[in-house]
Design a protein around this ligand. Structure first.
Ligand code: B3K
Ligand code: ZN
Length: 885
């Protein structure tokens, strides 16, 4: 907890460290009621700084110092200063050694930061500033050291002892204990340190690198999960091969380990040679994990592996540079997933996620640049902006330079900075130097927050065959940033003729047309591009592949959108046209509802959906994506002032009309796909995933008809399927239906069968948390009393409380404010247990400006109540105070 006034830390105040740590030698004695940590730090004065010897200020929190020695001499109390976050001593020479022993309590660490216990196992999470809860240290990423780590523990309970690098020695001790020593030859910052001790089994494999080195691969799990590791292992090998092929990056140690733990604040952590994962991002098999979960495992395993170069070999100078490793690595993992699966589907999923969630963040009180310039608590900046928008920024560099130019840039970056802690500027500089380009204006993407708007208008001069597109960019004010300078916005585009054919593109001043797809570079507030040689007015297809994270507007009418849905050669923009059509139609319904008019769905949406369903030549996953109406959360993001009830009613009305009007084609596609699923054993591959996704969305529409045939089909799917993808959808559809008896039976059976599998129980909680029927809050409150629920496990909190507050908008925003009160109560409780989780859970309350005055007042009142609730963690304090500012 915070004892002093929280301090704001600024990028502009960055200073290189006074001292460096060349070697770190650690010994951990793990016991049930405490742990002793002995640290020996071989240090020297930073040679790049002056001659004097300033005091050495080591970071340390929640440590009980037993003794400290300087060059082997134990210091008296008067020879050092101790406060609740530092140990300060005075070196007397330019090189010296600091030894210390501290006592810590992993067994009672509920914040899951530093060294803690997950079940019976010891594990660590040090990023960003968790290492200071393990020992006194220079806990900052620009201090890189080699590590040697010895762990000792009781042999029977902790047969497996792991740390970073290579195992170098081990042995038995008296009293049933044993020890192991690990050595990591690569210098690294403390945030990449890891340790694991537990009763674990492992799945083993190996990988031969491009230069023919043999790497041992191991995935460690608790014994009951040993049958759920194959998918992660396959994903790891694919990722290793892909990084060699696409980036020329080889793995560097002789062993690569992944450990799955149940209690983890995030998805996973890229510790050198010893990745620690939330079990939800490792374990997957047909019977227990959905297609989405399989794809998440593949993506996260790849992400953490890719960090070995983008993050570990080349790391961040300071935490303001977090997107240097995260934005780049998200870009790398999304390209990997696109190559392993369907590229267009992956892009559609990522863009829908970005626009719903990151755009909301960028429009809210916590908006910050991809490279923030200040923070109170760095844990609050592992955000959608740093990760997802950061990835979009790297993607734009890739678009501007082309694949080859980008590769030249990444090669130079890795070669130039291997073993260093660097900045976002260094990354861009390598891209510039390798390609001879100037990206100085482009870098505004790193420093300016907010989502740019790009309004496009057209003009056609029939006499000269000249078609002009005019782009006007603007960016709304965000906290601390009123006026913005123009961004560099790459707009990939094409033009279609009246038959839907792509037109050759020739800009005024060019001798010939060059292809039918190109990237326009917008870098001024207002800018026009004229295409010449056109016989008739074309229809533009703009921002193909979502080539920039902007809100683009063009005055398409609904017929034009239907046309683009069918004919655009860019698959992403076919989906995008469908989304825009759906948004227009839904917004019209919202208006009707607000005026008290009868609801009337534009039949063109039904025509468009029918065409999709009847075309058997289309990728089924894309059909499923296109049939999915924009979420209530996205419609909220698009509203000036969101009307929760009207949005819900409008969307539900549209879903029912679609189900009614397209019952036949939906039923046909459902039956054909379910039939195919029945005949094929589960495989987590693109074509099969596509089939199941269309089958499942069809079922969820069909069930709205409440016909007995559909209920029977749903129950058949629920009972007879061989995989969680089909089973969970059948359950979710049942849970949202009026068939109370079947629902109760299904839920009970499911819980009974899967009660010992926490990850499956998470899905059981989520399905119920997401049920939009009235009484949602009461259901969630009741489920908090279920034996499988605990506030100590982040996955459980996300599955039940997080899913409720983020996805079940109609229930969370109940007019009496009880949803808000409930969430605030949970935040107050969690603030003491796990500040990082508490602070994340708060996000929906921070969006209060989106709602009508009555709701605003209720939400603000809950934020005020949290602020007044007592001693707040810096995590919760920062989010609440900024939201109220
Ligand atoms: N680098 C970790 C993030 C850990 C954050 C802890 N507050 C996961 C990842 O992005 O790979
Ligand atoms: Zn990452």
């Amino acid at each position: 907890m915070r004892t002093e006034q929280p301090k704001v830390i600024y990028l502009k105040d960055y200073q290189a460290p006074d001292y460096l740590i060349d070697e770190t030698n650690l010994t951990f004695e793990l016991y049930e009621d405490h742990t002793l940590v002995h640290a020996q730090l071989v240090m020297r004065r930073n040679p790049e700084l002056g001659d004097g010897l300033p005091p050495l200020v080591l970071d340390g929190q929640q440590l009980e110092l037993l003794w400290v020695a300087l060059d082997d001499r134990v210091l008296d109390e008067g020879e050092y200063q101790l406060d609740d976050s530092h140990l300060t001593l005075q070196p007397t020479a330019r090189t010296f050694t600091v030894d210390s022993t501290v006592r810590i309590h992993p067994e009672s660490n509920t914040a899951l930061e530093g060294l803690y216990k997950s079940g019976t196992m010891f594990c660590t999470q040090c990023e960003a500033e968790g290492f200071r809860k393990i020992t006194y240290y220079l806990d900052r990423p620009d201090v890189m050291s080699s590590f040697t780590t010895t762990l000792s523990a009781e042999q029977h309970a902790y047969p497996v002892l792991l740390s970073n690098g290579n195992p170098v020695a081990s042995g038995a001790e008296e009293g049933g204990r044993h020890w192991a020593t690990w050595q990591d030859p690569f210098k690294k910052p403390a945030y990449l340190f890891a340790l694991v001790a537990g009763d674990l089994w492992c799945v083993e494999d190996s990988f031969t690198t491009l230069s023919e080195r043999e790497v041992a691969l191991r995935i460690y799990v608790e014994p009951e999960n040993i049958d759920k590791c194959q998918h992660a292992m396959d994903s790891l090998k694919k990722a290793m091969r892909w990084d060699e092929k696409v980036y020329g990056r080889e793995y560097d140690l002789d062993i690569f380990m992944i450990v799955a733990v149940n209690d983890f604040n995030m998805g996973a952590m890229e510790n050198k040679g010893l990745n620690i994962f939330n079990s939800s991002c490792v374990l997957a098999k047909a019977e227990t994990a959905t297609d989405a979960a399989h794809q998440r495992v593949e993506g996260v395993v790849a992400h953490e592996y890719f960090h070995n170069w983008s993050g570990n070999r080349v790391t961040c100078r300071d935490w303001f540079q977090l997107s240097l490793k995260e934005g780049f690595t998200v870009f790398r993992d999304s390209e990997f997933s696109a190559d392993m699966n369907s590229r267009t589907v992956k892009r559609v999923e990522d863009v829908a996620f970005l626009r719903t969630n990151q755009f909301a963040e960028d429009a809210g009180p916590m908006a910050h640049p991809v490279r923030p310039d200040s923070f109170i608590e760095i844990s609050n900046f592992y955000t959608l902006t740093v990760y997802e928008k950061g990835s979009e920024v790297v993607r734009m560099i890739h678009t501007l330079l082309g694949a080859e130019g980008f590769r030249k840039g990444s090669d130079l970056y890795f070669q130039r900075h291997d073993g260093q802690a660097v900045t976002c500027d260094d990354f861009v500089k390598a891209m510039e130097d390798a390609n001879g380009v100037d990206l100085s204006q482009f870098k505004r993407w790193y420093s300016q927050s907010g989502t740019p708007r790009l309004a496009v208008s057209e003009d056609f001069d029939a006499a000269s065959g000249r078609y002009t597109l005019t782009f006007r960019q603007s960016c709304p004010p965000t906290p601390g940033q009123k006026d913005k300078q123009p961004f560099v916005i790459p707009v990939e585009m094409g033009l279609l003729d009246h038959l839907g054919n792509p037109l050759p593109l020739r800009l005024e001043g060019e001798e010939h047309a060059h292809g039918s797809n190109r990237v326009l570079q917008i870098d001024q507030a207002e800018q026009s591009f004229s295409f010449v040689g056109l016989q008739a007015k074309p229809l533009p297809s703009l921002l193909r592949g979502f080539s920039a994270p902007v809100k683009l507007s063009f005055p398409y009418d609904r017929d034009q959108l239907m046309f683009l849905m069918q004919y655009d050669e860019d698959g992403f923009n076919r989906w995008e046209a469908g989304q825009q059509l759906s948004v227009q139609v839904l917004q019209e319904l919202v208006g009707q509802r607000q005026r008290g008019d009868a609801l009337l769905l534009d039949e063109r949406l039904l025509v468009a959906f029918r065409t999709l369903l009847q075309d058997n030549g289309l990728d089924q996953a894309m059909v499923a994506e296109m049939l999915s109406l924009p979420s209530e959360a996205y419609l909220t993001e698009l509203s000036e002032e969101a009307d929760v009830e009207a949005i819900h009613v409008a969307r539900e009305f549209a879903r029912r009309r679609i189900a009614e009007a397209l019952y036949e084609p939906l039923w046909q596609r459902y039956q054909a796909n379910r039939e195919a699923s029945r005949k094929t054993a589960y495989v987590a591959e693109a074509e099969h995933i596509a089939r199941r996704s269309l089958q499942n969305i069809a079922l969820s529409y069909l069930m709205l008809s409440e016909k007995p045939d559909v209920l029977a089909a749903c129950l058949e799917q629920y009972e007879a399927c061989d995989n969680m993808t089909e089973r969970l959808t059948a359950l979710a559809v049942l849970v949202n239906s009026p068939f109370e008896a079947e629902k109760a039976k299904g839920l009970a059976q499911f819980a009974d069968y899967f009660q010992d599998n926490p990850l499956v129980m998470d899905q059981w909680f989520s399905v119920q948390a997401g049920c939009t029927l009235p009484g949602g809050l009461e259901r969630v409150q009741a489920l908090m009393g279920h034996a499988a629920f605990t506030l100590k496990n982040p996955n459980k909190i996300r599955a039940l409380i997080g899913a409720f507050a983020n996805q079940n908008l109609i229930n969370f925003h109940r007019a009496d404010g009880s949803g808000y009160r409930f969430l605030a109560d949970q935040v107050i409780t969690l603030n003491a247990l796990n500040p990082q989780i508490a602070s994340r859970l708060l996000a929906p309350l921070t969006r209060w400006r989106k709602y009508a005055p009555a709701r605003q007042a209720q939400m603000r009142a809950e934020l005020e109540r949290i602020l007044a609730s007592g001693e707040l963690s810096s995590d919760v304090y920062e989010v609440v105070s900024k939201s109220l500012a």
